[in-house]
Design a protein around this ligand. Structure first.
Ligand SMILES: [Zn+2]
Length: 150
């Protein structure tokens, strides 16, 4: 995985980024995509250094499908992890594949706003961004606490 841009490269070491990319690639290999054939792999780095793999899992009832990013988050949260340091998303394409809207909302729930999100294409090139850049002006837990919880 080679980095070619911006802001968060100092946050996560190249060694960890390489490990995350390797893990996301392995996750992609387990994607269940009989309908779209569009494989996505994700790797989520927890605060304690644990890395969770996620792949997309499709379903004959299309709406029941889950994305790679949310798979990784659900696995992590169900194991007691709620603080994260980085996310890598990869696919089989030269285009950088970024999280869908539902995943952006899901990711932003856990934060932090500056969470590095590395989009890695099939050539190993990286587009570095953050969840804050992917989902600005998010409706998050702070608004939930303020307006929804009595
Ligand atoms: Zn998604």
């Amino acid at each position: 995985m080679s980095s070619n841009n911006n802001n968060n490269d100092s946050v996560i070491s190249q060694e960890i980024k390489d490990k995350l990319y390797e893990t996301a690639t392995l996750a992609k290999d387990t994607a269940y995509t009989p309908y779209s054939k569009f494989r996505v792999g994700a790797a989520l780095l927890s605060e304690d250094g644990t890395i969770f793999k996620g792949c997309n899992v499709e379903n004959a009832s299309y709406g029941a499908a889950i994305c790679a990013e949310r798979t990784a988050y659900v696995k992590a949260v169900s194991e007691g992890h709620k603080n994260f340091k980085a996310l890598v998303v990869t696919s089989d394409h030269e285009e950088f594949i970024s999280p869908c809207g539902i995943c952006r909302q899901f990711i932003s729930e856990f934060g932090p706003a500056k969470l590095p999100v590395y989009l890695v294409n099939v050539k190993g090139e990286t587009l570095s961004t953050t969840i804050e850049e992917l989902l600005p002006y998010t409706f998050g837990i702070e608004q939930g606490r303020k307006y929804l919880i009595q």
